[in-house]
Design a binder for this molecule. Sequence first.
Ligand code: AMP
Length: 504
Amino acid sequence: MDAAALRRLIHNPPPPVLPRKLKEQDDDFIKEECGVFGVYGHPEAANLIYLGLYALQHRGQEGAGICCSNEDALTTHRGVGLVSDVFKPHKLARVKGHLGIGHVRYSTFGKNNLKNVQPLVADYAKGSMAVAHNGNLVNAGALREELEEQGAIFHSTTDSEVLVHLISRSRGTTFADTVIEALSRVEGAYSCVIMNTDEIVAARDPRGFRPLWLGKLDNAYVVCSETCALDIIDAEWVREIEPGEVLVINKSGVHSIRPFEQKQHQRCIFEFVYIARPDSDVFGGSVDEVRKNLGRELAAIEPVEADVVMAVPDSSNPAALGYSHASGIPFDMGFIRNHYVGRTFIEPEQGIRDFGVKIKLNPARSAVEGKRIVLVDDSIVRGTTARKIIKMLKRCGAKEIHFRISSPEIINSCFYGIDTPNPERLIAHNMNRNEIRDFLGVTTLAFLSIEGLVRATGMESDSFCLACFNNKYPTPTPKDYVLTNHRTRHIDHSTDLTLPGVEV
Ligand code: AMP
């Protein structure tokens, strides 16, 4: 691509073209991967949330928002883009109060508009509320139809908006009661922070798909997706919020409620593989340690003679180190990563995604030339990234490439908050191992087994959701709910252009 074409792409990204299949399957419009953060009882709540969202940026790069309360009114600022794009100092300074919540968002096709950026904020009969949600609600489509039939008007295409409507309609007396009633109607994954002007309610679904932590900073309480967000503000790690637990945080402290029927835990094992940051602890384990174990497990599969172990940075660094420790093959930084670009996977258009791989990673020629390389990556989704990376290594003179994946083949979509595409776009859904090896052009290819993956966590296999690997979904999926309304939605692209965000 020449320089002029590059400039055109950067300044005038092509309008999102929805592949035919995505238009047909409405459930593809409700998948989101996100990070949440809440603070109660600190005069600088907005600044703390800003820092927390910074630490959670890896969980979502397409939109960010903060809503705070001074007990009189909610003030919100939201925008499309990275936390640093959305929150310029003067914008952040306008969000005031000692309690608040924030959200970073990561979306699939057609949804990166401001209407979908959270926290979702609404005024209703009992005051004002704001909702920040990580996970996906599998019955959101069905609930939305029911609510629309009763006259509800939806503003976004995000599944989380059903929570706003359900809370507003609840007859519960306290705010917490209304949130609990709303949550009792939804099925699927939620780790969420929901506030009104006076209090924050934090909740994790009974299966505990997504992580959620409680922390403390002086007299203030903090709730967030991962511990790396507690570290950035020097908050103490108190504990993980349990699956099925609801915390009500207000003037009288933190109250724990367990209003829902207990369910078999189904924690998302992909948090360990890719999503969470290695400096976080989630689900009672260190992500870094588990990833190193994944690499150790991988080294035992189809061992090879090689000169060097390399990672596809950054997410695969710990697994590659684990591989190197177990195999005795030295680790080297074969790829240099440009840290000033976002993750490539999220780019909503194929052309931009391919371009992204090249600007993100470049091999260090001297580390590659003439070498027999074990290349470790955390996962293969569509194979697009891997194919390009391998081409780059070959161009730099790699002698052999033994590609090792620290997770099993992804054969199915996730309905619980990970942005995995439709199965027909997953390479392992369409090709067997040898076909993938040939398609990628590597010397050998090995994936970790499901058993090896679980073993690396040191936890029980039945406490994890493994649906993307084994097709065993722990809940009904969106396809199990019959939707009858017409599915036309208003997609407002004009808000995409509002990069710095708007005051709500
Ligand atoms: P692909 O080109 O689709 O095969 O992308 C695979 C790469 O994307 C892997 O190297 C992962 O590091 C990364 N990845 C895997 N799962 C996800 C996800 N859910 N969201 C964003 N990136 C991902």
